[in-house]
Design a binder for this molecule. Structure first.
Ligand SMILES: Cc1cc2nc3c(=O)[nH]c(=O)nc-3n(C[C@H](O)[C@H](O)[C@H](O)COP(=O)(O)OP(=O)(O)OC[C@H]3O[C@@H](n4cnc5c(N)ncnc54)[C@H](O)[C@@H]3O)c2cc1C
Length: 385
């Protein structure tokens, strides 16, 4: 065993790439052909796509996470703690004063979340397990009024999630018999839902929201939040005040500072990589998942999604595996992926295709799509823990 691979981040991208590498390299219990170190600060591995179910009581907290350590198998070791510094030139990582040196480095540290304009004092961030759970506590007591779902800023991961959240909340209220006394409104700086999908699919989502009576307020830049109101700058108003009884929001996202300090970010503020190999400007240093920024053919941002993080990781693992055995890389990431938007009442729709080319197809929606999404959740836990 003479090669060491440092995987920064043990979330969706990191765990997937570590497992895939382990398989490609041929590690198994007792036979470690390469050492894979995964650096992670969180002992709880939360499967974020399940948070929209948690926020409407379709999941219990215990169902949406596992102990990160349980992902450890022969060949993969976890190093727990905050990554203090990263040196991509020397391929080193420092945690708690200990320096680790690798031959390859894969960065999958996701995004650093923060609460813009103190929104967490007045509402719940459903992008965390605590926030999604606290939102459900409020929803259970909700007997009517205005529910605001606010996108704090762009970009944000899973740009499908606010729409999914709105439809699941709508369905919850319908089942509880309070839909008639409630109004759900989505406020977002985006000009349309999921712009990376193109006109037709975006319009389809808009019509879906409309059919459920969910209000959509695009081009709303959040200015401030207070106890029961939000203010926005819009195309036509310098300051527009709206009132809410229940608020949930997506947090502000930025690149983890440790990666910025390492000189790995570009003009976008995120890590820039070769879009096919996912290699950074530093040889044998790769980045995948939410931390990267890629612009698609239509000039839209490649969405930050778990499915894409996994596809990217599969390619990187394959090519590193070949490199270790002296062969040239022979696979590239071409932008293929999909997402499933759960619409409530156990129905979902799926979009699949090429995200780089903005060439996406809306598949037939229905119950099977919902169960496909459930299966993705189950297989994540079964495969990795
Ligand atoms: C509500 C919600 C719904 C979603 N739904 C979907 C969906 O339906 N389909 C889909 O494909 N995607 C979905 N996503 C997006 C998906 O979860 C992310 O795109 C995916 O997790 C990205 O993987 P990643 O490895 O890049 O980042 P992450 O999974 O966030 O992993 C990053 C890891 O790095 C660790 N880390 C960060 N900084 C440090 C540090 N300094 N030291 C140590 N560790 C550190 C973090 O603790 C974290 O575990 C959803 C996300 C949310 C929030």
């Amino acid at each position: 065993m003479d090669k060491t691979i440092l995987v920064l981040g043990g979330g969706i991208g990191g765990i997937n790439v570590a497992k895939e590498l382990n398989r490609k390299i041929g590690n198994e219990d007792g036979i470690n052909l390469a050492r894979i170190l995964v650096f992670e600060r969180n002992r709880k591995n939360v499967f974020a796509p399940s948070l929209t179910w948690l926020m409407v009581g379709k999941r219990e907290e215990e169902q949406v996470y596992r102990d990160t350590k349980d992902a450890e198998v022969g060949g993969i070791e976890f190093v727990f703690g905050e990554i203090d510094s990263v040196n991509p030139e020397q391929k080193t990582v420092e945690v708690d004063g200990v320096k680790y040196i690798g031959d390859y480095m894969i960065i999958s540290l996701g995004v650093e979340q923060s609460s813009k304009h103190h929104l967490d004092e007045f509402g719940q961030n459903f992008y965390t397990i605590d926030g999604a759970s606290a939102f459900y506590d409020k929803l259970e007591d909700f007997e009517g009024g205005n529910i605001a779902i606010t996108v704090s800023s762009l970009p944000y991961k899973s740009p499908v999630a606010p729409y999914e959240a709105a439809m699941l909340i709508d369905n919850y209220l319908y089942e509880k018999g309070v839909k008639e006394r409630a109004e759900i409104t989505i406020y977002t700086p985006e000009s349309k839902p999921m712009p990376f999908t193109g006109e037709e699919i975006s319009e389809n989502v808009l019509q879906l929201l409309k059919s459920k009576g969910i209000k959509y307020m695009p081009n709303h830049q959040l200015l401030e939040g207070s106890e029961n109101s939000l203010s926005f700058k819009t195309d036509t108003e310098e300051r527009k005040e709206v009132e809410f009884d229940l608020l949930t929001f997506t947090p502000d996202h930025k690149c983890p500072p440790v990666i910025e300090e390492a000189g790995l970010t570009g003009k976008s503020g995120w890590v820039e990589v070769d879009e096919k190999s996912l290699e950074t400007k530093f040889p044998n240093v790769y980045a995948i998942g939410d931390i990267i920024s890629i612009v698609t053919e239509d000039g839209e941002s490649l969405p930050k999604s778990g499915v894409l993080a996994q596809h990217q990781g599969d390619i990187v693992a394959h090519n590193i595996g070949r490199h270790i055995s002296g062969k040239a890389a022979n696979k590239s990431f071409e932008g293929e992926g999909d997402y499933i938007l759960d619409m409530g009442a156990d129905k979902a729709q799926k979009v699949k295709g090429n995200f780089y080319k903005n060439d996406l197809e809306l598949k037939k929606s229905g119950i099977i799509r919902h169960w496909e999404k459930v299966l993705t959740e189950k297989s994540w836990f079964i495969k990795n823990f």
